[in-house]
Design a protein around this ligand. Sequence first.
Ligand SMILES: Nc1ncnc2c1ncn2[C@@H]1O[C@H](COP(=O)(O)OP(=O)(O)OP(=O)(O)O)[C@@H](O)[C@H]1O
Ligand SMILES: [Mg+2]
Length: 238
Amino acid sequence: MSIRVEQISKSFSAYPALAGVSLTISDGEFVALLGPSGSGKTTLLRILAGLETAESGQVWFGERNVTADSPSSRGIGFVFQHYALFGHMTVAKNVAFGLDVMSRRARPSATDIRARVEQLLELVQLPGLGARYPSQLSGGQRQRVALARALARQPRILLLDEPFGALDAKVRRELRDALRKIHDDLGLTSIFVTHDQEEAFALADRVAVLNQGHLEQFATPEEIQASPASEFVTKFLG
Ligand SMILES: Nc1ncnc2c1ncn2[C@@H]1O[C@H](COP(=O)(O)OP(=O)(O)OP(=O)(O)O)[C@@H](O)[C@H]1O
Ligand SMILES: [Mg+2]
């Protein structure tokens, strides 16, 4: 599903976190949002998810203006940096969460939910781990569970905010390869926040470089490396 961000601005107590950001993402694209701490990456992602309201501007998913829609009606999956798993629930219950909370009318049957959970655990390469608790998993496994949970309601759009930030380099690379494969296999449109340039360039079709709430450049890794659009981008890439 394509995503169109039009002139989004957002301030926190007069400080502009986003200043007129516009970008258009094609259906099926994998985009990395790259920028230093405080550049507005999380704020933009939260606005896309509907967890934060922009002061001005619009967000479109395909032909739908979702600017005023609630997070649950947007059809997105969201993965956060810190394992936001529920510690008192099994892995299976965590993955099923988005389905369990649906209204009785819309909710799949308990049998279908169980089958769907097992399918999702296979997708993230954790088959059979449904009965464990998050405390019994490694950090990488927890983020795989978080990814499975985000995919439970079959979103067309996946938003990830530094999902692998807390993991060591090897696990991080494994997970990012797994994520890219899932993105391709499911035909998702994904936005991945990172401040790691290597990760952004390795993963994404296009990279959006943010600086102090401004979009400095939005282009393929090759284009950005060949011709950085501003002094900031040149410096930031080192
Ligand atoms: N809830 C909030 N209240 C006040 N200021 C906020 C809030 N959320 C974000 N900000 C400010 O908005 C700016 C952008 O923050 P944001 O979290 O989007 O940055 P970021 O690029 O995600 O940074 P990081 O890489 O550190 O996660 C920062 O100056 C931040 O202090
Ligand atoms: Mg952030």
